[in-house]
Ligand binder design. Sequence first.
Ligand SMILES: C[S@@+](CC[C@H](N)C(=O)[O-])C[C@H]1O[C@@H](n2cnc3c(N)ncnc32)[C@H](O)[C@@H]1O
Length: 115
Amino acid sequence: FFFFYVGQSIRQVIADMRERRYEKEGIGSSYLFRVDQDIIIDATKCGNLARFINHSCNPNCYAKIVTVEAQKKIVIYSRQPVNVNEEITYDYKFPIEDEKIPCLCAAENCRGTLN
Ligand SMILES: C[S@@+](CC[C@H](N)C(=O)[O-])C[C@H]1O[C@@H](n2cnc3c(N)ncnc32)[C@H](O)[C@@H]1O
């Protein structure tokens, strides 16, 4: 199966501004997904079910950027058959940062942090 990660397409400057604002507003989760060097999809205020997918270091899905009618989209594909009631996860592949977000995925090969 697959589905799209839906949200608003924004540029880096806007994403940086929004990230700071969301932090101030106390939105602890990040719904910003980088598409490429310039474009970020923001699913904080509008999106679909994909915004609720958590990260795992041993995921059953993966995210891929595909171009549909000259527009880059984020698609979540399954890597293997997914059972009923099994949590859908993918590897966020967040860039490494100093301020670490502890990972709670509990996989055997867990890297310990999201970033
Ligand atoms: C796109 S949201 C995922 C859905 C979110 N858990 C929710 O309840 O709306 C991304 C945020 O979820 C949290 N998260 C996702 N996967 C995680 C993990 N493996 N360990 C710790 N926090 C995680 C982090 O706060 C991250 O910024």
